[in-house]
Design a protein around this ligand. Structure first.
Ligand code: DX5
Ligand code: ZN
Length: 226
């Protein structure tokens, strides 16, 4: 299972150094949590395309950058994140009216398309979209901020989506990636890996005052070995 840092808990004055440190430690995927001050329940504003552009310029072309859009108008503004250098655009199923058309447009732009579900959203709709999706993201916290507790009840949904992806691959379809986001730390990383997660987003478990990014990544990697 791959780990993709979320930068929400970083001191933004230290962002460049934190990115260098994460990449030095072996990270090759960065998760960008975009909130517009409207869509998430606590009305948080994080950052937008300008920061993603700076991050792309800093890390170079080899690192995968996804944009997790927790915004009201993703259908109108997703292309700004592609233009800023994001490889993958992840939109909430709860926030988009016409998901099939959105996927088509994202693919036409050359980017990859992902769909994210809130903890209490059922997997049914996303399973219909699966053949065209590059990634499905299951939220294991209510979107809005870093540092929340993991919601274990998402297990069944993760396993169902895993099963559907495996069947799709067996039938010659796309290898849609499965990602989880929220509350993943060294103590539960092995569990979500066993559920069949390909990529875990880790924010506060990676960027915190207790240890360096490298040390935190090492303790997650160690927990995945056992
Ligand atoms: C929540 C964000 C997450 C989250 C990850 O709205 O999508 O990416 O902040 O941070 P941790 O790992 O601290 O839950
Ligand atoms: Zn996220």
């Amino acid at each position: 299972m791959k780990v993709a840092p979320s930068i929400l808990t970083v001191d933004f004055c230290r962002l460049g150094e934190a990115l260098d440190e994460a990449i030095e430690a072996g990270i090759d995927w960065l998760h960008m949590d975009v909130m517009d001050g409207n869509w998430v329940i606590n009305r948080t504003i994080t950052f937008g395309p300008a920061l993603i552009r700076s991050i792309r310029d800093r890390v170079g072309p080899e690192i995968t950058i996804d944009s997790h859009l927790m915004i009201s108008n993703a259908e109108e503004t997703w292309d700004q994140y592609v233009n800023a250098g994001a490889d993958l655009i992840i939109c909430h199923i709860e926030a988009v009216e016409d998901f099939p058309t959105l996927i088509k447009k994202i693919h036409e732009s050359g980017a990859m398309a992902g769909c994210v579900l809130n903890p209490d959203t059922s997997e049914e709709e996303v399973i219909e979209l699966l053949p065209d999706l590059d990634l499905v993201l299951v939220m294991s916290v209510v979107p809005g901020k870093g540092g929340q507790s993991f919601i274990p009840e998402v297990e069944k949904k993760v396993r169902n989506i895993r099963k559907a992806i495996d069947l799709q691959v067996k039938n010659g379809g796309k290898t849609t990636k499965l990602m989880i986001d929220g509350g993943v730390k060294d103590h539960n990383a092995a569990m979500v890996s066993e559920w069949g997660i390909d990529i875990a987003v880790v924010g506060s478990g990676l960027i915190n005052d207790r240890a360096t990014i490298k040390e935190n990544l090492e303790s997650i990697s160690k927990s995945l070995e056992t």
